[in-house]
Write a protein of this length. Sequence first.
Length: 327
Amino acid sequence: MNETTYPTMRMRRLRRTPQIRSMVKETLLTPEDLIYPIFVKESISSNEPISSMPGQYQYPLKNVVKEAEEVASLGVPAVILFGIPQQKDEIASQAYAEDGITQLAARAIKERLGDDLMVITDVCLCEYMSHGHCGIVENGAILNDDTLPLLGETAVSHVEAGADMVAPSGMMDGQVGAIRKALDAGGHSDTPIMAYSAKMASNFYGPFREAAESAPSFGDRRAYQMDFSNSDEALRETELDIAEGADIVMVKPALAYLDIILRVKDAYGMPTAAYNVSGEYSMVKAAAQNGWVNEEKLTLEILTAIKRAGADMILTYSAKDAARWLA
Ligand code: PBG
């Protein structure tokens, strides 16, 4: 390449003033890129702080609408709901109950906010299972095919309660196809699926499991979630989800997986989400509480980096803070 170099070319020319830096900025983070997770718990009557996630709460049903209104007022377009039921069993019956906590929350938010806020629901069984695994368990094994009908039923019940989009996160093979089929059969062919396609068996989920009360009571999730060492496999997972009807694909976690976000976006050009998970959030909080980092600047840098890697949207516990900082 026959490029002019130093001293004729000086890269610092375009870094001299805020205006010029802003003109050449390649990645612009906005509140519209963000999705805020909300934990709603059936058995409580006031907001309960989640100790491992400073600034995050479990909400009782009666406070969920207020929280959703705040999210919408900040210009964040969507929430993703995680329900914590009172009753857990071996078939996750509260996951697909018409009056389950997620269904009640979705209904309440949509009744109040209508088109002002999009409601996405996490479709997984772990919070509803007495053993905390994401599928039906038999003799210590997590059964794939027996779990699929329950996921289909759960998704349909969420949509019938008002959910605008469903997000299957259980990493069962065929779950996206099963949910697509169930939604279509239920007359919901216009409801999109945001698939947690490349979801790793990650140590970054630790704080979430306190928040969602979904830690497995035996073993771990490595027999269904992906090995975090693999990125070709992440592409195969994503490709299968696209073939099964995913409208949006997701990489999770985000920050340690920017390479995978980039590959997925490059390979498929799909609307791509990334989940900036609980451990990523809590690490920044802890460091900030120690005075080791600037929370605002570091959080915005992380979110910008995730977008720069190729994410069109980011699920993040920092959504409300970021929206305020960006305003
Ligand atoms: C449910 C689910 C998990 C997360 C989102 N959906 C936890 C898990 O797989 O154990 C993690 C989110 C986070 O850590 O913020 N299966």
